[in-house]
Design a protein around this ligand. Structure first.
Ligand SMILES: *Cc1c(COP(=O)(O)O)cnc(C)c1O
Length: 332
């Protein structure tokens, strides 16, 4: 953000506008009831299937809203990102659909499989240095040199409003919704959904879920300001990464709209991934399984009313699934 831009409050109106915009390229996702989880919890448990987007995660909503709101001039100059995960894939996908150039800056440590899937989506790859930080620096150089727009993964009003469209869909489908469980990293997903739900119904409770390892938002909230943490390996790899020491929006919005936070162990996440494969025939990545883990472990802080779990993505390596399947003998 440049100093001439004013920080703006994100309102429900922005989410309605986002919905209109992204409708051109993104379908509404299904909501299903999970009978087995409902029986376990003694309340209706619904799954919001954000894993079924073509790129396998909800990130496509925010990326689409941001890119579709660029001016013609900006579109001509192209977009850039230094995320190689779900956000990078979403940016590449949306840009490709709209015929806009997308550059993904990556370090030379990024695995070939990831580079290949970004290329398949039509992205140009620029390899720089050997850390994510160097890739990030290069991205902003491109902004300065060539006028590309860097698409932020979470701390951007259009991105947050895009993720908020999930909240609109939930409100329309679940009149008795009481609890929403949202995987939490940088907080774009939770900020958008939380603001949307609470603007309509103050009584809906929003619970964030993260892994125990390197839960940066959790530690930042405890400290009262954004902090950095060392990254450790986790099954919920899509939840890794900082929230930005200069965080503009999501830190404050998560403070405002999140009622509770639950942290899950690697063991709980792995078991939940296995459980969903076995009982629902559904593949989800570790980040998405944190919500299921909170349900299975009866860790939802409240006891009654309908509950919706955001199944945020499904991009997980088969080798990881294989290990999980081998580690859990399935009981009936
Ligand atoms: C990015 C991501 C999240 C977390 O979203 P934030 O907006 O960073 O909090 C959760 N799940 C998946 C699958 C993701 O890709």
């Amino acid at each position: 953000m440049t100093s001439t831009e004013m920080k703006k409050d994100i309102k429900i109106r922005d989410v309605w506008e986002a919905r209109k915009r992204i409708g051109q390229i993104i379908n509404r996702t299904p909501l299903i009831q999970s009978t087995i989880l409902s029986e376990k919890l003694g309340r209706n448990v619904y799954l919001k299937l954000e894993n079924v987007h073509e790129v396998g995660s909800f990130k496509v909503r925010g990326a689409a809203n941001k890119i579709l709101s660029l001016s013609l001039e900006e579109r001509k100059n192209g977009v850039a990102t230094y995320s190689t995960g779900n956000h990078g894939m979403a940016v590449a996908f949306v840009a490709n659909k709209l015929g806009i150039d997308a550059v993904v800056c990556i370090s030379n440590r990024v695995p070939k499989a990831k580079v290949d899937s970004l290329k398949r989506l039509g992205a140009q790859i620029e390899i720089v240095g050997d850390s994510q930080d160097e890739a990030g620096v290069r991205c902003y150089e491109l902004e300065y040199e060539k006028g590309v727009t860097v698409i932020e993964p979470f701390d951007d009003p259009h991105v947050i409003a895009g993720q908020g469209t999930i909240g609109l869909e939930l409100l329309e489908e679940l009149p008795y919704l009481k609890d929403v469980i949202v995987p939490l990293s940088g907080g774009g997903l939770l900020s958008g959904i939380g603001m949307t739900l609470k603007s309509n119904d103050r009584d809906i409770r929003v619970t964030g879920v993260s892994m125990e390892r390197s839960a940066v938002m959790f530690e930042s909230l405890k400290t009262g300001k954004p902090i950095m943490l060392e990254e450790s390996e986790t099954l919920a790899d899509s939840l890794l990464g900082g929230i930005g020491l200069e965080n503009q929006y999501t830190f404050q919005m998560v403070q405002q709209y999140m009622d509770d936070i639950v942290l899950l162990s690697e063991e709980e996440i792995a078991y939940s991934m296995a459980f969903m494969m076995d009982k629902h025939r559904m593949i989800m990545e570790g980040a998405a399984a944190t919500g299921i883990a909170a349900v299975l472990g009866s860790k939802i802080p409240h006891q009654e009313g309908d509950i919706a779990v955001i199944i945020s993505g499904q991009n997980v390596d088969l080798s990881v699934l294989l290990t999980i399947i081998q580690n859990y003998g399935f009981e009936n």
